[in-house]
Design a protein around this ligand. Structure first.
Ligand code: UDP
Ligand code: MG
Length: 327
């Protein structure tokens, strides 16, 4: 598929209770779009698309106002708060048929918008996915930095492929989005899903700034939630760990049996004690092991019910056939 010379760009921005920061950052995003347009890198019809994630404050009024005042702004509103990942996906899926590329970014100004030039350049030179990667985390608190790094390491341990220090600031081409649409999972962890989509990708490095206004919506509880979703929707290693513990427990149980037998043989026991301990030890181990094995199948079924595509075709020598529902 040939790349568009001047692609239609949609900057997709999820917003949740951002009335303080939106009036500050929205003009910056628009200006970036106009600059890219003036440089001849993106098409006239490029837009800034805000997704209001069921905000309780005036965010949606602000977005509506922006859209009424300038043709470059668009907005969609979710029926309720669904969380950052879902809001972002909603925006990407909404515009995927009327754009050539999207760049997703948070609305708080923490991610450097000047990295967008390099992202579009990377697209024009043949990449379908361009990851924005933080070159440093100096502006984050030590706690946020520490927990985030522990998170990336844990993800890696669990076998989930993610791009280190990349959040959701990334460029995706429309065909990468069409492929992403085939991933039907409900528990979203886009950072882990996008690498699975494949296609040619690269990274662009930038400095992370402080939030321009307002507060973070990712307290520790949400970060933990995101980590659990990320792991359980992309890896079944935890279930394997249960099997492993079951095996270990069975071994300990065996030792317990030998010990109980020995104690009995030496005559240090009241009658019935040894047999009871043996039974407890044995069944404790066997039950854990069985749970793990069953869990393994439950995990497999779980991954299957997501009905992910088994492969995604990225190139053809012949014309692409008519798309069907199954893709
Ligand atoms: N966000 C959202 N829904 C939520 C929480 C956050 O759409 O339920 C948006 C938020 O408006 C922002 C982005 O997700 O644009 C990242 O959130 P935030 O800046 O609070 O997180 P942090 O940068 O501190 O990790
Ligand atoms: Mg932020």
């Amino acid at each position: 598929m040939p790349k568009s010379e001047t692609p239609i760009l949609y900057i997709v921005i999820p917003c949740y209770n951002e009335e303080e920061v939106l009036p500050v950052t929205a003009p910056l995003f628009r200006q970036k779009l106009l600059d890219l347009r003036a440089a001849g890198k993106v098409a006239e019809t490029s837009r800034v698309l805000f997704v209001n994630d069921g905000s309780r404050d005036r965010t949606w009024e602000i977005i509506s106002g922006l859209a009424a005042s300038q043709p470059e702004y668009e907005g969609v509103c979710l029926s309720r708060n669904r969380g950052h990942q879902n809001a972002l996906l909603a925006g990407l899926m909404d515009c995927r048929t009327r754009c050539d590329i999207t760049i997703s970014i948070d609305c708080d100004g923490q991610d450097d918008i000047n990295a967008m030039d390099a992202m579009v350049d990377a697209y024009l030179s043949g990449c379908d996915v361009v990851y924005g990667v933080r070159s440093s985390r100096e502006t984050d608190t030590a706690f946020k930095r520490g927990t985030a790094q522990a998170f990336y390491r844990l993800m890696e341990r669990m076998g989930v492929e993610t791009v280190y220090n990349h959040a959701d600031y990334r460029l995706m081409s429309s065909r990468a989005l069409v492929a992403l649409a085939e991933f039907r999972e409900v528990n979203l962890f886009l950072r882990g899903m996008v690498p699975l989509v494949g296609f040619k990708s690269t990274s662009v490095y930038y400095e992370r700034h402080e939030r321009m206004a307002g507060e973070s919506h990712y307290p520790l509880s949400k970060m933990v939630g995101l980590a659990v979703d990320g792991i359980t929707s992309l890896s079944i290693k935890p279930i394997r760990l249960v099997t492993f513990f079951g095996l270990a427990a069975s071994l300990v149980g065996l030792i317990g049996i030998i010990w109980a037998l020995a104690t009995w043989a030496m005559g240090h026991t009241v009658s019935g004690w040894a047999s009871m301990v043996m039974v407890i030890c044995f069944f404790g181990g066997v039950q854990m092991l069985s749970l793990g094995v069953i869990g393994e199948y439950v995990g497999k079924t779980y991954l299957e019910t997501k009905r992910r595509p088994r492969y995604i075709i990225s190139e053809r020598t012949e014309e692409e056939p008519e798309r069907t529902e199954e893709g």
